[in-house]
Design a protein around this ligand. Structure first.
Ligand code: HEM
Length: 514
């Protein structure tokens, strides 16, 4: 591993605004001239005589303008489950209603939309190829068991870490859970030859990238991209630096897998499938027939998506599940009893093969996902070919449609006492996430053709980790500042406002540290 240290010299996206360059000086000069001008323009526009003049002009000209002035597409928020189902799942009359607004993915933004990953790619051939690669290879249900040893290692590391921390009183479970999840997903992405320190550094860099997502929004929706980059040049530089850091870390790992002879029995990791994959060549006359390999820049963006989507969501969901179990010791005890009735006391772990029998555990996980969906929104944008109609009214092309997933899952018309944590609602009939007519009542994994392709592996990870964490420890709430706070912090992901901390008692007599 050490032979591939971080001296990889070729950044896949151009560097911007290097200190001391001619471009930097020109940018500084332009900014100096433009900013005062913009300020003056803004003041003049709001000065009362000019404002009055503009208002009168608008009144006089309005009838004339209305004939040439098309209404601008707005944003729509859908909070009732029936409309969400009908738009996302049944789709539109014409196209598929499967495009998202321009992505805030740093990879797509910095490459001026040259590099797309599954989340950011427009609905079409390229998206189909990269999504199919993910669902038919590493995440295919028949392949998931091949990563069982990586899961066992991640769980063992987490249990040892928590057991160690409990000696000092309160346990900072949030951080430990996130590192464990990242390590597992990094293993599925690059293989198991990355040392722990490297994995931690990658996890920290990924966390910085996630934090920068909200500030990257200005670039995704910019009408004047060059000016926006100039105005927000510090944000831009930060984003470029984070991306470069990723390239320097991921490319050596990707390159180390190239040209390797793989034994048929060997577990393929995500990067292997990405290296082998060919995608439609958009520059060819006939992209359906001509295919190409993905560039280094695209590969880095795809790995970043896998690590981010696979870690932040699942780590947040696992915290919400454990937080609710801390708040409700009675429910925690019922989960434990269900496990102990099936898993022998001397068994090393709750193995993956018994998870399907743990119905109450499944209900707890579903109820936590309903109340606290880790991804805050699903998004769509109406395209020309979609012809989306709602209540008999066509929705304008360009309209952005937001589906706030927590609000949909607390729809009063679909759920009895929706704000209450009541796992038993998922025991009363087979799948309470749908109504008897098949209408979806909650969608933590989104819906329709762009629904999360990681649902299967996410449910496996959540069941496996929750079952074992409840079997190993009794989770108790701290007092005062250390109490569990179920308030959310909503950004791109919905995380606990105050990261999970708890007191842990050993349930079994010993934790093996080797
Ligand atoms: C608890 C865990 C997870 C939750 C709650 C979750 C949730 C979501 C949601 C809400 C979407 C948007 C769906 C839509 O627009 O309709 C999504 C998309 C996506 N998720 Fe997940 N996810 C989870 C885990 C994962 C994992 C483990 C992976 C992969 C390792 C993954 C990969 C993706 C990808 C690639 C997309 C984009 C799909 C597309 O645009 O076609 N997710 N996820």
């Amino acid at each position: 591993m050490e032979s591939m240290e971080l001296n990889y010299p070729v950044p896949c996206v151009p560097k911007y605004g290097r200190r001391g360059s001619v471009y930097q000086d020109m940018a500084d000069l332009l900014l100096l001239i433009l900013l005062p001008l913009l300020l003056l323009f803004f003041i003049l526009l709001h000065a009362s005589p000019i404002k009055a003049l503009l208002t009168t002009a608008k009144l006089v000209l309005a009838p004339e303008l209305s004939t040439v002035w098309k209404p601008q597409p707005a944003s729509i928020f859908v909070t009732d489950h029936e409309t969400a189902h009908s738009l996302l799942v049944r789709g539109s009359a014409g196209g598929s209603f499967s495009n998202r607004p321009p992505s805030i993915s740093p990879s797509a933004i910095l490459s001026h939309r040259q590099y797309q990953n599954i989340t950011s790619a427009p609905y079409g051939e390229h998206w189909r190829a990269i999504r199919h690669n993910l669902t038919s290879e590493v995440l295919h249900p028949t392949q998931l068991h091949r990563h069982a040893s990586a899961r066992r290692r991640a769980l063992h590391g987490l249990v040892v870490d928590l057991a160690e921390q409990r000696k000092n009183g309160v346990v900072h479970a949030a951080e430990s859970i996130r590192y464990a999840m990242f390590g597992l997903v990094a293993n599925m992405c690059f293989g198991d030859n990355i040392n722990n320190n490297r994995v931690r550094a990658m996890a920290d860099a990924q966390s910085d990238l996630v934090k920068s997502l909200s500030t990257a929004r200005v670039f995704a929706h910019a009408k004047l991209p060059a000016l926006t980059r100039l105005i927000y040049r510090n944000r831009w530089k930060k984003l470029a630096a984070l991306r470069q850091q990723q390239e320097e870390t991921y490319l050596p790992l990707i390159n180390s897998r190239r040209g390797r002879h793989r034994r048929p029995s060997e577990t393929p990791v995500y990067v292997d499938t990405l290296i082998d994959l060919t995608v439609p060549d958009d520059h060819s006359q006939d992209p359906r027939r001509h295919r190409r390999r993905q560039s280094d820049g695209e590969l880095v963006g795809m790995c970043s998506e896998f690590l981010g989507a696979g870690t932040e969501t699942t780590a947040s969901a696992l915290q919400w599940i454990m937080a609710n179990l801390v708040k409700r010791p009675d429910i925690q005890e019922t989960v434990r009893k269900e496990i102990n009735a099936i898993v022998g006391a001397d068994a090393e772990e709750v193995s993956e093969v018994v998870l399907g029998k743990l119905e109450y555990l499944h209900a707890v996980i579903m109820e936590a996902l309903r109340l606290h969906p880790p991804t805050s929104f699903a998004f769509r944008q109406v395209m020309e070919e979609d012809h989306v109609v709602h209540n008999g009214q066509p929705i304008l092309v360009g309209t952005k449609v937001y589906f706030p997933l927590a609000a949909i899952a607390r729809d009063m018309t679909a759920w009895d006492n929706p704000d209450k944590f009541k796992p038993q609602r998922f025991l009363s009939y087979k799948d309470a996430s749908q109504g008897t007519d098949g209408t979806i009542k909650m969608m933590p994994f989104g819906g329709g053709r762009r629904m999360c392709p990681g649902r299967g592996v996410a449910m496996l990870h959540l069941s496996y980790f929750t079952a074992n964490l409840v079997r190993e420890f009794r989770w108790r709430e701290g007092e005062g500042e250390r109490a569990v706070d179920l308030r959310p912090h909503v950004e791109f992901f919905t995380v606990m406002k105050r990261p999970l901390r708890a007191h842990l008692e050993l349930e079994r007599t010993e934790i093996k540290t080797s």
